[in-house]
Write a protein that binds this ligand. Structure first.
Ligand SMILES: [Zn+2]
Ligand SMILES: [Zn+2]
Length: 74
């Protein structure tokens, strides 16, 4: 019994994050396919990549997103 080849999708292929190829992208916004999917860029991503080891910033990001900037007045 053989499975159809299109049915067999290696999980590794779905989990792997590919290096960003977008010109001028710093991988810090949703313009980056990796950042948009909340995925960390691979270490061999581009030099200006800002999407490396971003896990430590997750809590900070949540606060920044929820906190209004009250220091703009003045
Ligand atoms: Zn990117
Ligand atoms: Zn990147």
């Amino acid at each position: 019994m053989l499975l159809h080849t299109s049915y067999v999708v290696p999980e590794e292929d779905r989990l792997v994050v590919r290096a960003c190829k977008i010109n001028g992208c710093d991988c810090s916004t949703e313009a980056c396919p990796n950042a948009a999917r909340k995925l960390e860029c691979p270490k061999h991503c581009k030099r200006g990549c800002q999407n490396q080891n971003f896990r430590r910033n997750i809590c900070v990001d949540l606060f920044v997103a929820a906190a209004p900037n009250t220091e703009m007045a003045g």
